[in-house]
Design a binder for this molecule. Structure first.
Ligand code: PLP
Length: 392
């Protein structure tokens, strides 16, 4: 994507995200208008017929292309280094459509065992009706991925880092293994965002994002995206995108584009605040371990620094303090809301959401855009209330 300016130089991605590359001036409106229309009309029957033959590149019907959604798709593709992107109504719509665009009846998928729960459920409970089977593997082991490949494996599904336990996969090594076996590789890149990780450059074929998280950034819109090279995206457009009909609404695209304008700035702040809170927790005697890929104590920290250029602010810690007391602690937090999802302005907490049967309590934190000093004070005050000794 190039920005239209009165100079010939290419602008950096951060600048391109702030400016819009719209072709028309729209009466000088500083943000492009929202094209709130379901269809596009033509001067002649011949003009309509020509456009219908090229629905992928023309505006015929909003279930295929809409100028507002397309503006967002161009920006996302530029950020991920993809030939093209398609925006969906949710991250799950992007995930299920991307998987369906790759597999056929009788195929096999290798998926990392820590992938997002509903994505796993799509593989275990929905795809079997098309005789598509899935093997779940420990994604931290390249050998486990290799060993799970079968002659009919057509897809290797990655999520790195994973969003509940924050384990990584060696993306390039997994892509090599899949390609040697003739399979494609898909990754959920939601945790890292396109600011901190570009998996297409590491050999991945399709990237998906839940735009509901950091990219939207304001907890007011749901969205998803699939990105990749031209031929894969063409197949996906004509089949899963147009036929399943889960395109993002133009209003939503405008909201997510607003989020995208500040994504690089927000991610800098999230990284800084997230690491500050993670280091603070690591110093606490009541915390048994902190799992944040940006901490040197993370078992895959070196891999994290190789394949990512920065870190986001969702992570977890474990404690031997009993679950009841940790729930009292979470209830007392003032700056953390209790709820699913992440990526907005507000900090969030979940206690024991992994479903794992462990003698330790698992706490997932999402660090929002509050002042980190206030967040630390909030955690300390909740500790005092719950009778947990906390150190500065
Ligand atoms: N991928 C990850 C890592 C997620 O955490 C989520 C949602 O929590 C999704 C995908 C699905 O996104 P959505 O909720 O937009 O459907």
């Amino acid at each position: 994507m190039t920005l239209k300016t009165n100079t010939t130089s290419m602008k950096s991605l951060q600048t391109q995200l702030v400016h819009d590359a719209h072709d028309e001036r729209h009466h000088g409106a500083v943000t492009p208008p929202i094209y709130q229309n379901s269809l596009f009309t033509f001067e002649t029957v011949a003009a309509y017929e020509n456009a219908s033959l090229d629905q992928m590149n023309r505006h015929v019907y909003t279930r295929g292309n809409n100028p507002t959604v397309y503006e967002l798709e161009k920006k996302l593709a530029a950020l991920e280094g993809a030939d093209s992107a398609r925006c969906f109504a949710s991250g799950m719509a992007a995930i299920s459509s991307a998987i369906l665009s790759v597999v056929k009846c009788g195929d096999h998928i290798v998926c990392v065992d820590q992938a997002y729960g509903p994505a796993k459920r799509f593989m275990t409970e929905y795809l079997p009706k098309f005789q598509v089977a899935t093997t779940f593997v420990d994604g931290t082991s390249v050998e486990a991925v290799r060993a799970a490949i079968r002659p009919n494996t057509s897809l290797v599904y990655l999520e790195s880092p994973s969003s509940l336990l924050f384990a990584l996969q060696d993306i390039q090594a997994c892509a090599d293994i899949a390609h040697q076996a003739g399979a494609l590789v898909l990754i959920d890149n939601t945790w890292a965002t396109p600011i901190n990780q570009n998996p297409l450059a590491l050999g991945v074929d399709l990237v998906i994002h839940s735009l509901t998280k950091y990219v939207g950034g304001h907890s007011d819109a749901l969205g998803g995206a699939v990105l990749g090279r031209k031929e894969l995206m063409e197949g996906l457009f004509h089949n899963e995108f147009l036929l399943l009909g889960s395109i993002m609404a133009p209003q939503t695209a405008a909201l997510i584009m607003r989020g995208l304008r500040t994504l690089p700035l927000r991610m800098k702040q999230h990284q800084e605040s997230g690491l500050e809170i993670a280091r603070f927790l690591e110093r606490q005697h009541w915390v048994a371990s902190v799992s944040h890929p940006g901490l040197p104590s993370h078992p895959q920290h070196q891999l994290a620094t190789q394949q990512m250029s920065g870190f986001s602010s969702v992570f977890c810690f474990e404690t031997q303090i009993d679950a009841e007391r940790m729930k009292q602690w979470a209830n007392k937090l003032e700056l953390f809301r209790i709820g699913v999802s992440w990526g907005g302005y507000e900090s969030l907490v979940l206690v024991n959401a992994t479903g794992a049967n462990s003698d330790r309590v698992h706490v997932r934190l999402y660090i929002g855009l509050e002042d980190p000093a206030d967040i630390i004070a909030d955690i300390s005050a909740a500790c005092e209330y719950a009778g947990i000794p906390c150190h500065p």
